[in-house]
Design a protein around this ligand. Sequence first.
Ligand code: NAD
Ligand code: TDX
Length: 332
Amino acid sequence: MVGILVTGGAGFIGSNFAQLVLESSDDRVTVLDALTYAGNRASLAGLDASRFSLVEGSVCDPDLVDRLVAEHDVVVHFAAESHNDNSLRDPSPFIQTNLVGTYTLLEAVRRHGTRYHHISTDEVYGDLELDDPQRFTETTPYNPSSPYSSTKAGSDLLVRAWVRSFGVQATISNCSNNYGPYQHVEKFIPRQITNVIDGIRPKLYGAGANVRDWIHVTDHNRAVLRIIEAGRIGETYLIGADGESDNKSVIELILRLMGRPADAYDHVTDRAGHDMRYAIDSTKLRTELGWSPTFQDFESGLAATIDWYRDNEAWWRPMKQATEARYAAVGQ
Ligand code: NAD
Ligand code: TDX
């Protein structure tokens, strides 16, 4: 039995990861999570207590991080401030958690010789034009746009430096936009689904031509497990499922799947510095590690996600009002 320390495991992707590990192996999982506004104990309810525990604390706390790293075989680092819009309102927690938190973990895995996997984003590469035939690959130069993506880029570079300078046993993955259960209602897809449930019109930033490359959270996490199992130390792997779609089309699809007219949404103030398009070429992951996505059809994955939010109102209801108030304050 392997012991896995999952930072940020009370958040969207990390909680799905903890569930997947416990379902698909006999490994032991400890979640380290600061339970910020984005962390939720309810996302970890019902997990097998003989192999799972939650420690409330920060990845910026060196003593706690050192103790936990010493007790585990593998660290998977999901913890982050993750929302671009929040990073435009107040970058400070992004600097702390994304940069100082990653540094703190790297120093601990360096001391203990622990295997480390770093979770990152395609946003480190900046954005593409709508008609650019290229997609991001592992060799695309870094060119982040927002306070969020620049701190993620910085954290990736720290990992690369700790591999080269200190021989840390690390891999990095950069994934495209995730969707699925347990995603905070501040994010695009759950925000619109829960708006429709509440009789609020969905909110599209600007003209909505911006393209995101959607992947189901389970496919992201299956790729992470495969990289931990067989990835080469020091390497970066891009994770994506060929799911490009523009925001306007996603809102129209949500409205159609929820039985509303396709034009029943509002255009609101655009995001400052809004990246136009992300697109991932995941050839390396597919050919080297034999991964492929199981959710091939975005429409059916989205329909299942809509059902999940309909069936789990008790999970998202407590965060909905405060989230919409934050958006309303900036005209979004
Ligand atoms: P999330 O905001 O849902 O969850 C983040 C979690 O980290 C929360 O539980 C929060 O409480 C915790 N956290 C924040 N600060 C902490 C700290 N100082 N110490 C310990 N825990 C802390 O985010 P998510 O969408 O699940 O993203 C997880 C990771 O995946 C992030 O690193 C993000 O950059 C990356 N990523 C996300 C996406 C996406 O589409 N959501 C895509 C690619 C990569
Ligand atoms: O109400 C909205 N209306 C809207 O049009 C919201 C919340 C968003 N949008 C747009 C902005 C983006 O073009 O939808 C797109 C997706 O927005 P987000 O869900 O905020 O995601 P994004 O900014 O693309 O970043 C996400 O994917 C990469 C995650 O939040 C990051 O953590 C990850 O790194």
